[in-house]
Design a protein around this ligand. Structure first.
Ligand SMILES: Nc1ncnc2c1ncn2[C@@H]1O[C@H](COP(=O)(O)OP(=O)(O)OP(=O)(O)O)[C@@H](O)[C@H]1O
Ligand SMILES: O=C(O)[C@H](O)[C@@H](O)[C@H](O)[C@H](O)CO
Length: 181
């Protein structure tokens, strides 16, 4: 029977400060999997650019997305589960990340929250290179998942444990549905 016992790679997407690392770390622990943060795939130049208050553009992001896509491909090839936290703001980026991967091996989770909520959280965060001033450009570039991407949409207002539980419920439902198919 297919279910959460089957390996799955979860891509957690959302703007800076939406909770990718917070939720991703907890979710990975629940799945007995590792968490990989897209921030650790950036070049030093890209980090310096964001740090200086300039948003990345498509050209900056392409090699970064290629490195993350390669990571996803390796996890799938090794039959391993994993959770990847990556802003993946645009549809074209998500298509790159999932290119050639059987759809049943990956799940897309969209961490959804308002500008005001996230802005407030970022104002409290002091240990990160990403300046809160870039949040506006993140929202401008954000393309929410379309229905055909079958994203699990998670409201980020509740406490982290509740968000993780909601995501796990959805993943379990899908696993069970895939098993019954
Ligand atoms: N559900 C939540 N409730 C309260 N605070 C939260 C919640 N989720 C995340 N936070 C806090 O919000 C801030 C941003 O979260 P986090 O760093 O996980 O986001 P991120 O999407 O990984 O950000 P980035 O893309 O910039 O790395 C952190 O200070 C975190 O502790
Ligand atoms: O696509 C992007 O602009 C980047 O991925 C940013 O979103 C940051 O890496 C991250 O979200 C901040 O830590």
């Amino acid at each position: 029977m297919a279910g959460l016992s089957d390996p799955i790679v979860v891509l957690l997407m959302g703007v800076s400060g939406s909770g990718k690392s917070t939720i991703g770390t907890l979710l990975a622990a629940q799945l007995g999997a590792s968490y990989f943060d897209a921030d650790s795939f950036h070049s030093p130049e890209a980090i310096a650019k964001m740090q200086s208050g300039t948003p990345l553009d498509d050209r900056d992001r392409m090699p970064w997305l290629a490195r993350i896509a390669q990571k996803i491909e390796l996890l799938v090839a090794d039959d391993e589960s994993g959770v990847i936290g990556c802003s993946a703001l645009k549809r074209a980026y998500r298509d790159i990340l999932f290119d050639g991967i059987p759809r049943e091996r990956v799940a897309l989770v969209y961490l959804r929250g308002s500008y005001d909520l996230i802005r407030g959280r970022l104002a409290q965060r002091t240990d990160h290179f990403m300046p809160a001033s870039l949040l506006e450009s993140q929202f401008k570039q954000l393309e929410e998942p379309s229905p055909d991407e079958r994203a699990i949409k998670a409201d980020i207002a509740p406490a982290p444990d509740a968000i993780v539980a909601a995501i796990l419920r959805e993943l379990t439902k899908r696993g069970a549905a895939a098993g019954a198919a």
